[in-house]
Design a protein around this ligand. Sequence first.
Ligand code: NAP
Ligand code: MG
Length: 403
Amino acid sequence: MTKIKMTTPLVEMDGDEMTRVIWQMIKDILIYPYVDLKSEYYDLGLPYRNETNDQVTIDSAEATKKYGVAVKCATITPNAARMPEYNLKEMWKSPNGTIRAILDGTVFRTPIIVKGITPYIPTWTKPITIARHAYGDVYKNTEMQVKEGCDAYLVTVDKDGNETREKIHSFKDTDGIIQGMHNTDKSISSFARSCFNFALDMKKDLWFATKDTISKKYDHRFKDIFAEIYDSEYKEKFEEAGIEYFYTLIDDAVARVIRSEGGYIWACKNYDGDVMSDMVATAYGSLAMMTSVLVSPDGVYEYEAAHGTVQRHYYKHLKGEATSTNSVATLFAWTGALRKRGELDNLPELMAFADKLEKATIDTIEEGVMTGDLYLLSTLPEKKKVGTEEFLIEVNERLKKMM
Ligand code: NAP
Ligand code: MG
């Protein structure tokens, strides 16, 4: 068999711990035998980030901007415990945060659905993709405790020193608390464009919700920016694609989500996305089955798994003990990136390969062969728990027959 050719390199961001082990296995067992992989490799493993003073993370993000598509392995975000473990010069920032800041992107998380793993909401037969606006609001707030007798104001000062003020509250007979937060038209617009682009890309409806009836300026601005951008830039494209942009109040959205069958993208303000992404992920069953893609407003894509480096399994692996770590989300990061590369470079063979690899993976699980995390959840009458590498070999058995 001749290997599938690529034309533009894929930006490959290697990572840490158990997912780094899985990364190599995926390439060896499922990619190299079929694809003449053209990748520009960046080692975002913590030792090399430390060696390069984190420059490698910045370089990998710049390369992603240049080529348009990246696939990323989970990486350690250092905390105090990691300082001696990796002998770090500094507590380096989260690579995901650095990459997101450079690409100005929005993260879309989508569960992978398989027979036998029933969502806690049984009507959710299709995936719900959550997009979280990852800028501002309560995450960049200023808070104060206020003493009884104080008046609290919101104040702005313009370039010429002119003040505008609005009273928040007079704390007449009690202490209290206040909070100031912000967002920017620029960030909201980027978020809106990323969401509209991704909806077109996936050919799925886009839902967006805020509390604009209560927050008549703040949340209303989100609603208006989305509406303006939709009407002027996306309305026709959505109609052509046969998809819908749907705006409603956040509480109505939550009620509709629960009643729905899934199959749409749900754009959330920062806090809503933080909360709802955990709810949705849990309801679909397993974090190990959740994919994640960072999409920039100008159409750059970075694919990864939503989970971390699975540290506990890695320590077992280091001790030589058998592991049964789920590689599906990392595998789907690879297929997502290869398919996108194929789409951009007009390589139908590469796109078909990504489809087959995903199908082989889902078939494996639906035929009852799965890692320990899914084994505990699966309702299939006949199921078998396999090790980390064995699972990938089983996927390859099925993939071979499709090629
Ligand atoms: P984690 O790696 O997501 O793992 C938490 C637990 O979830 C695991 O111990 C395991 O449970 C289960 N799990 C997650 N993924 C799994 C998989 N693929 N297969 C089987 N089980 C899986 O989170 P963490 O342990 O809190 O974080 C470890 C490191 O990852 C941290 O250094 C953190 O900074 C980093 N992290 C990176 C990213 C990223 O790069 N995107 C995201 C999150 C966290 P059991 O142990 O019960 O089997
Ligand atoms: Mg959260």
